[in-house]
Ligand binder design. Structure first.
Ligand code: XBP
Ligand code: MG
Length: 258
């Protein structure tokens, strides 16, 4: 059995709870700026999250929830322009410090670095969003702690397809049995599973808590702190108070049959 070498972190919903109060209002600001009366309320956005990728999500919205909208001839160009505008509004929110890191993220990242574990980001969002989120959450230059930022359009097909995880492992010359993935959603979990990763921790959030996480090694509501313990809903037998490197190594050994 290979040693645990690397932690592969999802971003949205995992490093920070970005969707409800970050991406969603940024989409709505972009629609308003384009003179569109589209409004993605919390309930509708929860349904739209079934599709990963902002551009793909807009397309899904038009195809399923707003069929009557008269699409321009260059639909892809129209969507790409809306998405660029949305990213601008989202980055503004990040830069105003409106989206803090989730409980235990900073602690675990520091622990992992001190334990010489290699780190990567594996996300569907854009690399710009990742950079700004990390700089605001962990400080300027903090993205350097990640060997690889596997983000957005670097692959043609987004989560739950395995492509983004396969790309990250290829960049790092790692095998699935050397990696542990930390995700928040069913789509993210299945992207990692499809990439043959078996060590899988899910930290659920408001939008994903009722999704199906069969195949995960551990499901908790946060990575947690000593003063902010996590609550576990599936996975390793003993009660888990916080997710630390020792636990991740145990999860990895169990997942690969040690
Ligand atoms: C979550 C996503 C992203 C965000 C929106 O990514 O699916 O599309 O919802 O960001 P992950 P963009 O959980 O993989 O980090 O508009 O930049 O896609
Ligand atoms: Mg996510």
């Amino acid at each position: 059995m290979a040693e645990l070498e690397a932690l592969l972190f999802d971003v949205d919903g995992t490093l920070a709870d970005t969707e409800r109060d970050g991406h969603r209002p940024a989409f709505n600001s972009a629609f308003a700026a384009a003179g569109l009366d589209w409004d993605w309320d919390e309930a509708l956005y929860g349904k739209l999250l079934a599709v990963t990728g902002g551009k793909e999500r807009i397309r899904h919205y038009l195809d399923v929830y707003n069929k009557e909208f008269e699409k321009p001839t260059d639909v892809d160009g129209f969507i790409a322009s809306l998405h660029r505008s949305k990213t601008g509004f989202y980055v503004d929110r990040l830069e105003r410090g409106e989206i803090p890191l989730r409980s235990g993220v900073r602690r675990l990242l520091n622990e992992a670095r001190d334990a010489s574990l290699r780190l990567a980001v594996v996300t569907t969002t854009t690399s710009k969003n990742v950079t700004v989120l990390l700089e605001n959450g962990l400080g300027r230059g903090s993205e350097a702690m990640f060997e690889v930022i596997a983000a957005g359009d670097v692959v043609a097909v987004k989560k739950p397809a395995p492509d983004i995880y396969l790309w990250a492992m290829e960049q790092m010359n790692l095998r699935p049995d050397q990696c542990l993935a930390i995700e928040d959603s069913h789509n993210g979990l299945h992207s990692a599973l499809a990439a043959k990763i078996r060590s899988l921790v899910v930290t659920v959030n408001g939008y994903t808590r009722d999704e199906d996480f069969a195949g995960a090694s551990l499901v908790v509501d946060r990575l947690g702190e000593a003063v902010d313990e996590c609550r576990q809903s599936a996975g390793v037998v003993e009660p888990v108070k916080l997710v630390d490197v020792k636990l991740l190594r145990r999860i990895h050994a169990l997942a690969w049959g040690d």
